[in-house]
Design a protein around this ligand. Structure first.
Ligand code: SAM
Length: 275
């Protein structure tokens, strides 16, 4: 398949995206995962937590009660995501800082836990991102993160992706399958972590259900993610026409009214390998 996609846009969460992401996508697919991951972080009773790719703060909000007394440094590449996050939390234990997970502005051995919810898929060099997590972890610390499974195991983005590709196969809109749902091989994840000096890797599949309406789901994915930028750069579609194509496909599949859809992810834990 040829395409017109510009992969440098894949990590661009700016413009109208942060507000739509926070309002529609967070309750639909991110909140349940955040509760789970925050519980796993809290079980380690950390003093200093670094969150990378914190986005609009769904996990940060859950880390506050799960990690009583801990200092939480929440970072993201895109300042507009953090601006949206900061409007939702007012807690002196949380510090917001713009930072690229591949080049962290923190000293070695600074944190008990590094945690990253659904961010690693966006890293242009995942081994470098993992190396940075390892560098800033204290000895005995832990790196926890999650990634989505392949798009075929995530019902709504699969239907949207198939509909948009069918409508313009010569210029496939493949952001969803390429990036957020494009890093899901447990063997590759394990190998990338080990190349970065991390060990004791566990990869656990997590199945769930997302709940929304068709119109919420279609606006969430087509307008509240970087798929929006890929659509805006497309030679045939604009945001309205692509949204309408995806909406028609979801309505054919689910019918009108509330929808429940399959979602699947992997939760990963790793620790610095001993020297
Ligand atoms: C799918 S969102 C996840 C946000 C949040 N953790 C959540 O669960 O809702 C992916 C996030 O990764 C961030 N991101 C992308 N590349 C990054 C990088 N190199 N370093 C730090 N953050 C990055 C984006 O800005 C975006 O906020």
């Amino acid at each position: 398949m040829s395409g017109t996609s510009d992969e440098s846009l894949d990590a661009r969460f700016t413009g109208e995206i942060p507000e739509i992401y926070e309002r529609l996508l967070v309750p639909m697919i991110f909140h349940a995962a955040a509760l789970r991951l925050a519980g796993a972080v809290g079980a380690r009773t950390p003093h200093d937590v670094l969150e990378t790719a914190a986005g609009t703060g769904v996990l940060t909000r859950e880390l506050v009660p799960s990690c009583p007394g801990a200092s939480i440094t929440a970072t993201d590449l895109n300042q507009p995501m953090l601006d949206t996050a900061a409007r939702t939390i007012d807690d002196e234990r949380v510090r917001w800082q713009q930072a690229d997970a591949l080049d962290l502005p923190f000293d070695d051995d600074s944190f008990d836990v590094v945690v990253c919810q659904f961010g690693a898929m966006f890293f242009p060099d995942r081994v470098q991102g993992y190396r940075e997590a390892r560098r800033v972890l204290k000895p005995g610390g832990a790196f926890l993160f999650n990634v989505w499974d392949k798009v075929e195991n995530n019902e709504v983005p699969q239907i949207i992706t198939a509909a948009l590709i069918e409508a313009a196969p010569e210029n496939p809109l493949s952001f969803l399958s390429r990036t957020p749902y494009g890093y899901h091989d447990p063997a590759l994840i394990r190998a990338d972590l080990e190349r970065a000096g991390l060990a004791d890797v566990t990869v656990t599949p997590v199945d769930g259900i997302s709940r929304s309406t068709v119109s919420e789901a279609v606006i969430a994915y087509c307008q509240g993610t970087p798929l929006r930028g890929e659509i805006e750069a497309h030679p045939t579609f604009n945001v309205a026409t692509a949204t309408a194509i995806a909406e028609a496909a979801l309505l054919r599949h689910f019918g009108p009214g509330p929808i429940e859809a399959r979602i699947r992810s992997f939760e990963v834990v790793a620790s610095p390998a001993s020297a």
